[in-house]
Design a protein around this ligand. Structure first.
Ligand code: HEC
Ligand code: HEC
Ligand code: HEC
Ligand code: HEC
Length: 163
């Protein structure tokens, strides 16, 4: 009996995660900007725009900008499943949602204010492992990766967030 319950629980969890994974769509940084660009809260959009990730497509010249081998790391929209894209563009490069997960479901304020609910709706809290999916030897221009140093360079904390 116990075994049966466990199996049905696992099945439900599996169905829920595969179903909802398909529902999470990439919406693009412009959509995050309306709530995440206030100076007193750390203007995440401006910091990202001025940083390396938003400008990653500018490093690809000519045919490289269509080459899946380069897009894999230089553009989120350039490598994720096309069905998962709502309004994200290739030109956005390494977008917010590369690190934070597709935002279509978690972007609503009541969900965003609750971390557990945000995660259930697709939010990712990025860590070193995620960075290393791109910052590794497969990159023709790999310069090594020191998480502390690299995350400080792209930091965009919210000074008002209780931590
Ligand atoms: C309608 C407003 C709104 C939109 C749109 C929105 N957010 Fe948020 N987000 C919030 C609020 C409110 C919080 C809670 C903290 C705060 O008050 O700033 C939050 C928190 C977060 C956090 C911190 C989560 C945690 O618990 O550590 C991340 C990361 C985040 N948002 C990323 C994004 C990204 C990426 C997008 C776009 C895909 C986005 N948000 C769109 C309002 C929004
Ligand atoms: C989807 C791939 C991808 C992920 C994930 C990623 N990056 Fe990057 N990152 C890039 C690319 C591509 C560049 C180079 C942009 C350019 O100059 O064209 C870059 C550049 C950088 C730079 C600038 C390096 C320099 O030489 O000045 C820093 C710092 C950085 N990333 C930090 C991080 C951190 C920290 C994480 C994880 C929280 C992370 N990145 C996750 C793709 C990624
Ligand atoms: C595995 C992920 C990955 C792949 C694949 C990749 N890149 Fe990059 N690229 C990066 C990262 C990360 C950086 C940032 C350099 C660093 O700090 O290591 C970068 C930096 C660059 C830069 C800037 C170099 C500099 O000195 O600032 C250029 C140009 C570039 N890549 C071109 C390309 C081209 C062209 C391709 C396809 C042939 C490609 N990349 C494939 C991850 C990747
Ligand atoms: C290369 C990966 C990367 C990209 C791109 C990125 N972030 Fe982040 N973001 C991080 C990391 C790492 C943290 C710190 C997570 C932690 O608290 O440990 C973070 C934290 C945040 C937080 C929480 C800040 C706090 O102190 O509570 C918000 C809000 C946020 N990001 C929004 C955005 C938005 C909006 C964009 C795009 C405009 C964006 N991020 C792009 C990696 C990224």
């Amino acid at each position: 009996m116990k075994k049966l319950k466990l199996i049905s629980l696992l099945l439900t969890v599996f169905m829920f995660t595969t179903l909802s994974a398909q529902e999470f769509k990439y919406i693009g940084a412009e959509k995050c900007k309306m709530c995440h660009n206030k100076p007193e809260k750390g203007e995440q959009f401006n910091k990202w725009s001025a940083g390396p990730h938003a400008n990653a497509m500018k490093s690809l010249k000519g045919a490289e900008a269509q080459d899946p081998k380069c897009l894999k790391c230089h553009s989120t929209a350039g490598h994720v499943d096309a069905k998962a894209i709502a309004t994200l563009t290739v030109a956005e490069g390494v977008s917010c949602e590369t690190c934070h997960g597709p935002g279509s479901r978690y972007k609503a304020i009541p969900i965003m204010k609750n971390q557990a609910q945000s995660i259930a709706n697709g939010l990712i809290i990025p860590d070193e492992k995620l960075c290393r999916t791109c910052h590794n030897e497969e990159s023709p221009d790999f310069k090594g990766f020191d998480y502390a140093k690299y995350s400080a360079k792209i930091a965009h904390p919210n000074p008002l967030a209780a931590k």
